[in-house]
Design a protein around this ligand. Structure first.
Ligand code: NAD
Ligand code: ZN
Length: 276
């Protein structure tokens, strides 16, 4: 894709130059990095919010209320979201960021995504600011467990087959998040819903990575969801150079020294090793 002299190559060379002079590059990613893996973003055309209004579906108390009055709608939402997550695989953006970490070019990834694709691609130093759908957390003792993709597939299949009733849905959901093996407490998906606080450990780690970074790659995020959206500003204030990779301008654009106006997967495929 794209011969020498084409605009994509220009941006590739610019980014290589910046990374060459960097000692502590970090990536900050959002839903856009997984769009080419088939997971819809929240905002924008075809985004999840077109179909599922966030005031209902991204807010735990409202979702619980919906569960009581229209359980079938919760089942459709959960099965729709799970389907796109389960079918997704890392794209060149996830893979190249993981390669760069292995090669010492990148220190780590701060992500707002819950889809596990950075880890699947091989990234190891990851701050998951909004949790991970493949993990459950005990509400009593805080114990966490990573669930297998297989279990989530089973949950998805059972959700599709569920009759629109609270009891059936509850049965499927409680098999996904069974009781805590340590203290017997209730468990819930380890993801952050609107109005909930961020996990302190991940947030503090992210602050450390961002404030020490000399380059922050801001990829596929509208940077509208706070406090995560503070990361690019904090990094900039600490002296980092900001590179934005996003087909659309965002609130981060004025901070960016380099703006790459391409979809992340397509752009990062320029850095993948070629098979000759
Ligand atoms: P967002 O939906 O607010 O914004 C997505 C951004 O990605 C937009 O700026 C858009 O222009 C850009 N984009 C779209 N396609 C792209 C592509 N191919 N390459 C690069 N950029 C692209 O997403 P957000 O800023 O991450 O905030 C929404 C919140 O939603 C986050 O907190 C995240 O937890 C959650 N979310 C996560 C997932 C996921 O885990 N994959 C999916 C949807 C939403
Ligand atoms: Zn427990």
């Amino acid at each position: 894709m794209g011969g020498k002299g084409c605009p994509e190559q220009y941006f590739r060379e610019k980014l290589e130059e910046l990374l060459h002079s960097s000692h502590h590059a970090v990536a900050f990613t959002g839903a856009g990095v997984s769009q080419e893996s088939g997971i819809p973003t929240f905002r924008g055309k075809g985004g999840l919010w077109d179909r599922y209004p966030p005031f209902l579906y991204a807010n735990l108390p409202m979702l619980a209320l919906l569960f009581l009055i229209r359980p079938s709608r919760v089942a459709v939402f959960a099965s729709d979201v799970l389907a796109s997550l389960l079918e997704a695989a890392p794209n060149p953006c996830h893979k190249v960021l993981a390669d760069w970490e292995r090669l010492g070019i990148l220190r780590g990834v701060i992500t707002q995504n819950v889809d596990d694709l950075h880890e699947m691609a091989g990234s190891r130093n990851i701050c998951e600011l909004h949790g991970n759908v493949y993990r459950v957390r005990c509400v009593r003792c805080g114990g966490k467990e990573k669930l297998s993709r297989h279990l989530l597939w089973e949950t998805w299949e059972r959700l599709r087959g569920v009759r629109p009733g609270r009891r059936e849905l509850l049965r499927v959901l409680s098999s996904y998040a069974s009781r805590c093996p340590y203290c017997g407490g209730r468990r819930r998906p380890d993801v952050v819903f609107f109005g909930e606080g961020l996990p302190a450990e991940e947030w503090n780690k992210a602050l450390g990575l961002a404030s020490e970074s000399d380059i922050l790659l801001v990829v596929g995020t509208s940077a509208l969801v706070y406090p995560a959206a503070m990361i690019p500003r904090l990094a900039r204030e600490s002296g980092a150079r900001i590179v934005e990779i996003n087909p659309e301008p965002t609130s981060v654009t004025p901070l960016a020294e380099l703006r790459v106006p391409y979809p992340a997967g397509r752009f990062f495929s320029l850095f993948e090793p070629r098979v000759s």
